[in-house]
Design a protein around this ligand. Sequence first.
Ligand code: AQP
Length: 330
Amino acid sequence: MKRMLSGIKPSGQLTLGNYIGALRNFVKYQDDYELFVFVANLHCITVPQDPAQLKKNLKDCIAIYLACGLDPEKCTLFLQSDVLEHAQLGWIIDCNTYLGELNRQTQFKDKKAKGETNLTAGLYTYPCLMAADILMYDADYVPVGADQKQHVELARDVAERFNNRLGDTFVVPEPVVAEVGAKIMSLSDPTKKMSKSENDDKGCIILLEDIAITRKKIMSAVTDSLAYVRFDPENQPGISNLLTIHSAISGESIDSIVARYEGKGYGEFKKEVAEVVCTEIQKLQDEYKRVIESGIIEKVLEDGANKAQRIARKKLNKVQRKLGLDIFRK
Ligand code: AQP
């Protein structure tokens, strides 16, 4: 069975973008791949976090994994910092990545371009930690949203370089980008990605928020004055985003939704999108509540960390041997 790995960074509360672009797909993959899904808590602290809020976000993240249907019997679920090897391999990857490669990574570039100050070294080098997360487990495939593809490409380059220099060590991973929903846009500015840490209250649907708020956000989503439902991301980014959201959740093709709305107004269309989204999120929230009440999270994380750590330890030993870091271990 091929191996697949992915993670989410709960630097805020998880969004509909995380759900459509990542979570839902993980659940499908668990039957066909040996799947590892982690809570990327070390990545969260690349920007300042309130400790109490972070703790809650981490617990919610793992509860949402379980609520979406990730089954600890079928996949390995763990908290990144429980497997200490991630940080150590991350450092090794840091030392095998060129500044030019990091300078091309868009997240740091974007934040810098926006004039944000006090950017941390961690934010600059986190793609190396992400490469370590991936290469540690010999992942064949890494499902990602469109904007994260670049990071998997960095992991590939580092793996190939290391393998060429020191012999076969890492599996070279492939990114997997979903056909529909790889980039869900903000409802208030559909030219921007829906992001959890953008302070975009109206544009971002939080998975655990009150359903009435979700409905209101969709009903007030920014559209255009053209007044026909059509998939045209360039000229009608708002309507196209709503079509993508609908189609990703309902499974109905965009063409078929468009055909049903021929000659009808945006109000009716938005109502249907809201219904599709709210029904799905309500199911998720009911399951989330059940997971929290069941008290299983601690045991799931303990088992997951034990399993992940066995693999990580072995890989790190191999890497350190290749680099000449160990004196007595053969
Ligand atoms: N809007 C989105 N559309 C599609 N996929 C998305 N993902 C996130 N937002 C969208 C996908 O979810 C997975 C986990 O992402 P992440 O939360 O770890 O990191 P991110 O992409 O940086 O998410 P945010 O919300 O934009 O975080 P901040 O604001 O903290 O930088 C990934 O596969 C991601 O593509």
